[in-house]
Design a protein around this ligand. Structure first.
Ligand SMILES: Nc1ncnc2c1ncn2[C@@H]1O[C@H](COP(=O)(O)OP(=O)(O)OP(=O)(O)O)[C@@H](O)[C@H]1O
Length: 641
């Protein structure tokens, strides 16, 4: 297509004159010479350019300016810019290679979180123009003033003011972190460059399982001037310290991560699920002797000199505890309190988790840090029993014992030798029958599963005893950790699991004794004052008790005694009230039948009367009666709460 003729037709006559007049200028000649070099497809473009050039030229020449000169200036500027860009890239590359240090951090690593938290708290970063907003959920124990998040509502009858959290999500601010790209900031007077980048990787393992084929991975590159990475290391250390600063009085609770996380193995198999305040040891009501025994055992084991002692004697460095007893008696509470005392993170695995496989278990044990508490919950219920079709001699013995004890209970004790022989024969017959019956039941169950289209091998999934033992004492187990296993049914445990070396100390938890009931009561109403905080339970409220409803003002503003909390006044008040509480506690305990209620049940009762100890004392009789009746009948409905 001939553009020149086209435009000549389209443009006014003066434009076509201009194009004709200038068609012999030097610029035209240059363009005509250059155009074959760029290929024929650019010809229309060149021609279009020349039209505009001629149009502009006719106007510029009126001011005495040569368009060819301006064009040359532009050409030079462009060339200079290109050369400068090349030089800049080369110089920057040289500086980066020879005069800066870099450290890369992958988003798979915890340091990434430390750095993000640090950066999100830096004013220079928060005020940056390129940010990423993240929804940030704080834990219930984070010390953040949330008073501005609250709105209050007058109740329907206008009688009280209650806190209202309906708007908290709307008002909670997001966290701002540097967006993808380059940023700079100062730390201790030194300039740092941060480059946040993201790449999408092909995830073969996931793709093979039919999962997502690609996953995003972020990387932070921290750089600073100088040939030593020390300043960056100091920055990372600072970020880590800041991250853990508020963790000092907290216990970090970790649980197995999602299935995807577990695939990575190692530390990535675990995820932090809570960061809660340390549970004081005194809040766990347990026989003092037992407490001291566990504490001193753990203390000795965790001593820095212990690994050498174990190594010199060829003993594997590990320590196992078995906490057994009825539900709600404090097994988990003691484990958390122990982790708090020794400042260790606690890694909790429930063997009831149906998604947990043996491979997961060993990879989880592989990912344990050097020192930690591992809490293996409910080890009796974790499908440790082998499938009935490959009953081991051990399981058979259990069955024999169970059936023999059943028959012993069912019959009167034989007195004569003949009777005994006959009875033994009966027992052995009956146990054989029991084993046979168990096998038949298992066979029927498998057949049914097959009929319903289920997986016939399904019952073999989960954690087998050997899988658990491998995880506990195989190479995967990280030496140095404290293993606490809890169970409600110690009698169901395989002896192999609790042999010395795997379980070194057993702690029995029981339902509350009267002494423990008294301690629980005192703990519930103890003076709750610590410097810098407003007391939650006040003795004014104890004196005021007897009223059947809670004063709404107590819900929003704690009652402060007249004259404030003067030191002497506080001590005096504390002394009197502690004595009073102790008396009420003794009366309360005398009404609790020993060994009937778990501490959790007593705690539940007291919690409902947490500001009114006298009321608790008045009502405990009726509660005990109703609960005993409920336990006797096996009912689930609680009539007195
Ligand atoms: N001995 C105790 N001292 C103080 N509080 C206790 C005690 N036992 C139970 N509690 C309270 O009861 C609740 C449940 O306790 P915990 O989870 O420790 O019991 P558990 O024995 O681990 O129960 P489960 O066997 O069902 O896991 C907790 O809130 C805890 O504070």
């Amino acid at each position: 297509m001939d553009f020149t003729s086209l435009i000549r037709d389209a443009l006014p006559t003066f434009a076509s004159n201009i194009t004709q007049d200038r068609s012999n200028s030097s610029t035209h000649r240059i363009v005509e010479t250059l155009s074959p070099l760029f290929g024929t497809q650019f010809n229309p473009l060149f021609k279009l350019f020349m039209i505009f050039y001629d149009l502009a030229g006719s106007r510029l020449s009126r001011f005495g300016l040569d368009p060819a000169f301006i064009l040359t200036i532009f050409g030079f500027a462009w060339a200079l810019n290109r050369i400068w860009a090349q030089i800049y890239v080369a110089v920057c590359g040289a500086i980066r290679s020879y005069f800066t240090s870099n450290i890369q951090i992958s988003s798979n690593d915890e340091i990434f979180n430390h750095m993000m938290k640090y950066l999100s708290s830096q004013p220079s970063m928060v005020n940056s123009r390129f940010l990423t907003a993240e929804t940030w959920t704080r834990s219930a124990w984070e010390d953040v003033d949330e008073s501005d998040l609250l709105t209050t509502k007058i109740s329907a009858d206008g009688s009280g003011i209650f806190l209202n959290f309906s708007n908290q999500e709307a008002k909670a601010p997001p966290r701002f972190t540097p967006a993808l790209g380059s940023h700079s900031f100062y730390f201790e007077g030194r300039w740092f460059k941060l480059h946040r980048k993201q790449e999408t990787l092909y995830d073969e393992a996931s793709a093979n399982r039919g999962g997502a084929q690609y996953k995003d991975k972020e990387t932070l590159v921290l750089s600073c001037y100088g040939r030593s990475p020390k300043p960056i290391k100091a920055l990372l250390q600072h970020a880590k310290e800041q991250y853990y600063a508020d963790h000092n009085a907290k216990t970090i609770v970790k649980r197995p991560g999602t299935h995807n996380m577990r695939r990575f193995g190692g530390r990535h198999s675990w995820q932090t699920v809570a960061n809660r305040p340390v549970r004081p040891m005194k809040t766990v009501v347990l026989d003092a002797k037992q407490k001291i025994q566990v504490l001193s055992d753990m203390n000795e084991y965790l001593h820095p000199a212990t690994p050498k002692w174990y190594a010199n004697r060829g003993i594997p460095l590990r320590r196992g505890f078995l906490f057994h007893g009825p539900p709600g008696t404090g097994k988990t509470s003691l484990s958390f309190a122990l982790a708090g005392v020794f400042g260790l993170d606690i890694y909790v695995i429930s063997l009831l988790d149906p998604s947990l496989t043996e491979e997961d278990l060993s990879s989880l044990f592989n990912g344990l840090p050097r020192r930690c508490v591992v809490l293996l919950e409910d080890i009796d219920t974790a499908g440790l029993a082998r499938p009935p079709d490959d009953l081991s001699p051990l399981a058979e013995t259990d069955l024999l014992l169970a059936s023999s004890s059943a028959s012993t209970n069912a019959t009167t004790t034989p007195t004569t030798k003949e009777d005994r022989t006959a009875s033994e024969k009966d027992k052995s017959c009956s146990s054989e029958v029991n084993v046979e019956v168990t096998k038949q039941i298992a066979e029927i169950a498998r057949g049914l599963r097959r009929l319903m289209g289920g997986d016939p091998g399904a019952e073999k999934k989960g954690i087998s005893l050997s899988g658990l033992l491998n995880a506990i004492d195989g190479v995967a187990s990280h030496e140095g950790r404290v293993l606490i296993m809890t169970t409600n049914k110690p009698e169901n445990l395989d002896t192999a699991l609790i042999r010395p070396g795997r379980v070194d100390l057993q702690v029995a938890f029981t339902n509350a004794t009267q002494e423990q009931a008294k301690e629980l009561f005192e703990r519930m109403y103890e003076y709750d004052f610590h410097p810098g905080s407003t007391p939650k339970t006040t003795f004014a409220s104890i004196q005021e008790e007897g009223i059947s409803t809670v004063d709404p003002s107590e819900l929003t503003t704690p009652t402060i005694p007249a004259g404030g909390y003067g030191q002497e006044e506080k001590t005096e008040e504390k002394r009197t009230s502690t004595k009073e509480i102790s008396d009420i506690a003794a009366q309360f305990a005398s009404k609790i039948p020993p060994g009937v209620f778990s501490p959790a049940e007593l705690q539940g009762f007291l919690l409902k009367r947490k500001k009114t100890p006298r009321k608790a004392l008045q009502e405990v009789g009726a509660w005990v009666e109703a609960m005993v009746e409920q336990k006797r009948s096996g009912g689930r409905v609680i009539t007195v709460q």
